[in-house]
Ligand binder design. Structure first.
Ligand SMILES: Cc1cc2nc3c(=O)[nH]c(=O)nc-3n(C[C@H](O)[C@H](O)[C@H](O)COP(=O)(O)OP(=O)(O)OC[C@H]3O[C@@H](n4cnc5c(N)ncnc54)[C@H](O)[C@@H]3O)c2cc1C
Length: 334
């Protein structure tokens, strides 16, 4: 596709009520830096129905321009309608690069769009940078089971496209906002949309674990020892108003559901406080939580790698330390 501008696009995915999903707003943070370095505008593309709140949020987080496609047919995501709409917009405006959240919908739609545009897509990235001279985005993503981080460029075709995990970047502080709002129309005949969403059924029997949005996470690993052992993790989480996370070892042992897993094959999180209990700190776990503001590790092995990323470390048995912490916090809170 012909690049008509140096603009960088961020897709702002919306929920059914039209508000923005966090990841799109988070991606405006690296988007701002990359757009400035390549000398183009930062453009937020909002697709959905009743999107005023999403548009206002994109404006308050630094977009220079917001392209809005607001219509009932975009209230629920369908691959056909979203792909066709974004293809139309990309062809019309010709951005040089495009960041998309690696959500279920983003992962579904982005490969189809990139193939229609005959360009490359780097999926499930955990970082982005730019070679300002060539304008090539440098997409970083784990490879070889998370043991290596690959840097990938797409030098031959445009736009450069990538999906980026939720929780990797933090939202920019809110600003006054001065974005130019461009309203677009694109409609697709209902008969051309080959799928219909009748009902959304939550996979884990109603268990919705918002790890990505959590300010505090208390996570347990193999060191917790059993499903019953997680009781003390839950109690500490309760007094802190935290969400419970877990390592893959705890999930694979069947002590807690996969919805709680943090890491390369789980969720990527960035809370203000992450407390890792009985977690060794394997690279695949660190890939999902090392951007937390403050990390506290509780482990009986003083040489555990988790202490290499922790701001505070407690060496000892979590079965003694975690209940003691819970009791102390309860006491402080009266
Ligand atoms: C492709 C791939 C993807 C992966 N994805 C993920 C992922 O998304 N998330 C993830 O977490 N892992 C992932 N893994 C697995 C990862 O490599 C590790 O095996 C896993 O993170 C280990 O979990 P753990 O730290 O709980 O267990 P361990 O490595 O066994 O560590 C347990 C720790 O608990 C400590 N301990 C034991 N008893 C106590 C006690 N009573 N008090 C205090 N400390 C105690 C031990 O000293 C030890 O450090 C992945 C692996 C692969 C190959």
């Amino acid at each position: 596709m012909e690049t008509k501008t140096k603009d960088l696009w961020v897709l702002i995915e919306t929920k059914e009520d039209g508000s923005a999903k966090n990841v799109g707003i988070e991606l405006l943070t690296p988007g701002r830096e990359l757009a400035d370095r390549q000398g183009g505008a930062l453009v937020a593309v909002v697709v959905g129905s009743h999107t005023d709140a999403a548009v206002a949020e994109a404006n308050a987080h630094g977009a220079d321009r917001i392209i809005v496609l607001d219509s009932e047919e975009y209230q629920k995501f369908t691959t056909d309608a979203y792909t066709a709409a974004l293809y139309y917009l990309v062809e019309k405006y010709g951005p040089t690069s495009m960041l998309i959240g690696a959500t279920v919908n983003g992962r579904d739609m982005a490969p189809r769009l990139s193939s229609r545009l005959k360009t490359g897509l780097t999926a499930d990235c955990t970082g982005v940078d730019i070679d300002a001279e060539s304008g090539n985005i440098i997409w970083t993503r784990p490879t070889f089971g998370g043991n290596l981080m690959a840097c990938i460029i797409c030098p031959e075709s445009r736009p450069q496209m990538g999906t980026i995990r939720p929780g990797v970047f933090k939202k920019n502080a809110e600003c006054a906002g001065h974005a130019e709002i461009v309203r677009e129309e694109f409609h697709m005949a209902a008969a051309d949309i080959r799928t219909q969403i009748r009902e959304v059924i939550s996979e884990a029997a109603g268990e919705l674990v918002d790890l990505e949005g959590a300010d505090i996470i208390v996570s347990g690993g193999r060191g917790v020892g059993s499903a019953e052992g997680f009781q003390c993790i839950r109690e500490l989480a309760d007094v802190l108003g935290a969400t419970v996370g877990a390592s893959r070892a705890a999930v694979d042992n069947g002590w807690i559901s996969h919805a709680h897993q943090v890491g390369q094959t789980g969720k990527t999180v960035g809370p203000k406080l992450y407390i890792a209990c009985g977690i060794s700190g394997a690279i695949q776990h660190l890939a999902g939580m090392s951007s937390s503001d403050v990390i506290v590790a509780i482990n009986k092995d003083p040489d555990a790698p988790i202490f290499g990323v922790a701001n505070y470390g407690i060496v000892g048995d979590l079965m003694e330390i975690v209940p003691a912490l819970t009791a102390e916090i309860k006491k402080m809170r009266g």
